[in-house]
Design a protein around this ligand. Structure first.
Ligand code: AVJ
Length: 338
């Protein structure tokens, strides 16, 4: 695969750093991203598999809803991971060394990286990669104000496909940061493929990877079925987004949020289930949904510490120390790419 930048609203500094081939122009790239959503949603509605990538959750509204999920009492991963990161930040900083460059995959609202930036010794540059351009640029601006002198270069790109980064600075090591168990959105083969590519980008450096652990299914179930219904709204926003961006006519009240833990596959599955027989228009096409038919919107795989280390090793990393919380809900891994 050619390492092109699948980017929207790329910051000028990054666009020029992408090399002589150049990055796609913001306008054209935007259309490309929309075409991706339209194409993938159409394919999902046509069936027979009826599933779509969870990356389409994250328009501006979806990114905001996700930030609210992270604050929910039932959604333990964010809180627990932040606690772990706060406790291991000094150890991570020591391993990273002076003037490290942090590359974050799926950076979102940039909250967790603050824990690293505060602990690292003179971090040289921060490259947050996220698919939600608007949200990313707003967060990057806030971060620049907080860490004066830090070179922040947001890259609006789909890291699940390909990633092209500006050349490394050469001053310190390049440290990848992939928190939040976003790795769990990938099927095992895709996770391996992503880690192989990350290993290629981080040669000589390392990856700090946060993943959610297998645990009591009730605890997992509650985290994706919160009492306030924020996760339901997040799931249903996919349809609302299709209405806004693609002119579809989904009646979101006619779909139910359904999330459960599939224990044999060690993953949470999220679905949107049709409450009745209905037809939906998308562009010139009409799709019929039976009562009870589902659109599979997300998988969130859970890991064991040993399983994750074996996966990372298969991708070329040398697994280092692991940090966890007293309840062993979540884990943070140091994976050497040297
Ligand atoms: C961002 C993929 C880690 O799977 O827990 C949260 C997304 N979906 N609630 C997760 C999500 C529903 C989240 N990840």
């Amino acid at each position: 695969m050619k390492p092109t930048l699948v980017a929207r609203d790329v910051a000028p500094a990054v666009a020029s750093a992408a090399g002589p081939r150049g990055a796609p122009q913001a306008g054209g790239a935007h259309d490309e991203a929309d075409a991706g959503f339209a194409r993938d949603l159409r394919a999902a509605l046509r069936g027979p598999s009826r599933s779509i990538s969870p990356k389409y959750f994250y328009d501006l509204e979806g990114s905001r809803l996700f930030d609210r999920i992270c604050e929910l009492p039932e959604y333990y991963p964010t809180r627990v991971e932040c606690g772990i990161l706060a406790r291991c930040a000094d150890a991570l900083a020591k391993r990273a060394g002076r003037q490290a460059e942090i590359v974050e995959f799926g950076a979102g609202s940039l909250r967790k990286v603050r824990l690293l930036l505060q602990a690292f010794e003179a971090p040289a540059r921060y490259l947050p990669i996220d698919i939600s351009a608007e949200h990313l640029h707003a967060s990057a601006t806030t971060l620049r104000h907080e860490f004066e002198g830090l070179d922040v270069q947001p890259v609006a790109a789909d890291f699940s496909r390909c990633m092209a980064l500006p050349p490394a600075l050469g001053s310190g090591r390049r440290i990848g940061f992939f928190p939040g168990s976003s790795l769990g959105n990938f099927a095992p083969e895709e996770a391996l493929d992503f880690l192989r590519r990350a290993h290629g980008l981080l040669q000589g450096g390392a990856l700090i990877l946060g993943v959610d652990l297998v645990k009591d299914p009730q605890r997992l179930h509650a985290a994706y079925n919160d009492a306030q219904g924020v996760t339901a709204a997040f799931n249903l926003n996919l349809l609302a987004r299709a209405n806004r961006e693609l002119g579809a006519d989904f009646d979101t009240h006619q779909f139910a949020h359904y999330a459960f833990y599939n224990a044999p596959l060690r993953r949470i599955e999220m679905h949107l289930v049709s409450r009745r027989a209905q037809a939906v228009a998308l562009g010139a096409e009409r799709f019929c949904l039976e009562e009870g038919e589902s659109l599979h919107t997300e998988n969130s795989y859970k890991f064991t510490i040993e399983g994750l280390r074996a996966l990372a090793a298969a991708a070329g990393f040398r697994p280092g120390p692991v940090w966890t919380d007293p309840e062993r809900l979540f884990s943070v891994h140091w994976l050497d790419a040297s």
